[in-house]
Design a protein around this ligand. Structure first.
Ligand code: NIG
Ligand code: FE
Length: 413
């Protein structure tokens, strides 16, 4: 199958090399005006200015005239929890009435509430609801996604979640990475026996996950009331033994030490970063670890947003992700993540597009596959409606500006 997209007003993020962008370089967004893009099967095979479109070329099966429209790489959402059994809007109402996220969690709600419902739900039902969420986010422009376990908190529950993710990988055309987050919370049975639960993770969960090849990364919720930096280190070091690189929840509610421990462990990314001080920012800037900002989680929990400008000014490499989950970010809409990043975190439109595409691909180890308009990469694309400029995307935050989405060479909407 051959698709030709022609007369594109602006072809966005065209690159022949994959470079992780840090600091001010995040604003460098290469684009081509009045451009074409050729796709064969699931891959990008050529692109350029309309004036350079070769006369002699194989006949296309599908030709799209993109006059007035922008064509971008599909979003790369490098942090989600989209396998879950039930939404948690009752807790949302409790928060409206004054309870905090930490209070709800301490009373057996939050992650433990999701773990109860997940353990009572079949693998098939979990697959079906996660499949619907994948379908939803792909129509919103996401073409690659990382999905975590962490609502099982039992050997069987964690394995069940990871098997669902494996099946999603097999059946979906999206690029998917799986992360083992057994250390998301201490289950009630291990409330006063942290060593026992960590032992369960290391001795029982990890060997089986490795045997069935169910995970690409290992995650820990490094946070006061959850896992300490020492416990995070212990779990991650065990994961590293099985080839799982850390990708951890750090500095969400408190200065947890998560950034420092993540960097020390060679994490691919440290995620959240609502609560950062100079030391944490400096540590991240001096490392090869990517900082993943999850602004909709901060927004939903009514917390100060991540210090994006300080992180960029310090020279950090950052990405943006949705954190789609039932407790702190019940939305996987990357267009809204982008809008809030511009409106509230003062990120430039160019910085946002890079952060939500190629940088996200790097944070999943998928930079050779997705994240930019490059020959040989998977044709995961967003075609906008007719819009005046790139800045219009985060500016018109409530409008659906997407005309069509292509995943692996096929228009899905
Ligand atoms: O990334 N903070 C830890 N984990 C999730 C929320 C999990 C939940 O509340 O269900 C997050 O925000
Ligand atoms: Fe998360």
């Amino acid at each position: 199958m051959r698709t030709e997209i022609i007369h594109i007003k602006k072809l966005v993020n065209t690159r022949s090399e994959n470079i992780l962008l840090r600091g001010q370089a995040l604003a460098d967004l290469p684009c081509l005006d009045d451009a074409f893009l050729l796709i064969e099967d699931d891959r990008i095979v050529a692109y350029g200015k309309m004036e350079d479109l070769p006369d002699k070329r194989p006949k296309a099966t599908n030709i799209v005239n993109a006059e007035g429209k922008f064509l971008l790489p599909a979003w790369c959402d490098s942090h989600t929890h989209i396998v879950f059994a039930k939404s948690r809007e009752e807790e949302f109402v409790d928060k409206i009435k004054g309870k905090s996220y930490a209070e709800i969690a301490a009373n057996g709600g939050g992650i433990l509430n999701s773990a109860n419902t997940l353990n009572a739900t079949s693998e098939e039902e979990l697959f079906d609801s996660a499949w619907e969420r994948l379908d939803e986010i792909s129509r919103l422009g996401t073409g690659a996604v990382e999905i975590k376990s962490g609502y099982g908190l039992t050997v069987e529950g964690e394995l069940k979640m990871l098997r669902v993710i494996k099946k999603l990988k097999e059946k979906s055309k999206l690029s998917i990475k799986a992360t083992f987050l057994g250390a998301h919370s201490y289950p009630l049975a291990f409330k006063d026996n942290h060593a026992g639960y960590i032992n369960l993770i290391i001795e029982d969960m990890l060997p089986r996950i490795a045997e069935e090849k169910l995970a690409d990364y290992i995650d820990v919720f490094c946070e006061e009331g959850f896992f300490s930096p020492e416990e995070t280190k212990q779990v991650c070091e065990a994961g590293i033994q099985y080839g799982l690189r850390p990708k951890i929840h750090a500095n969400q509610l408190h200065l947890s030490g998560g950034t420092e421990i993540g960097v020390q462990l060679g994490a691919i990314s440290v995620d959240h970063l609502e609560t950062m001080d100079e030391k944490a920012i400096r540590t991240l800037a001096d490392s090869t670890t990517i900082g993943t900002l999850l602004p909709t989680a901060a927004f939903f929990l009514r917390m100060p947003l991540q210090p994006a400008r300080q992180l960029i000014d310090a020279g950090c490499a950052i990405t943006l992700a949705s954190d789609y989950n039932p407790g702190s970010s019940p939305s996987g809409n990357m267009n809204f993540v982008n809008a809030i990043s511009a409106i509230q975190m003062k990120m430039l439109p160019e910085e946002i597009i890079n952060a939500s595409t190629l940088q996200g691909a790097f944070a999943m180890g998928l930079e050779n596959e997705v994240g930019s308009i490059s020959v040989g990469k998977k044709a995961n694309l967003i075609l906008t409606k007719k819009i005046p400029s790139l800045a219009y995307m985060p500016y018109a935050f409530g409008s659906n500006l997407i005309d069509k989405v292509m995943i692996a060479g096929e228009w899905i909407s």
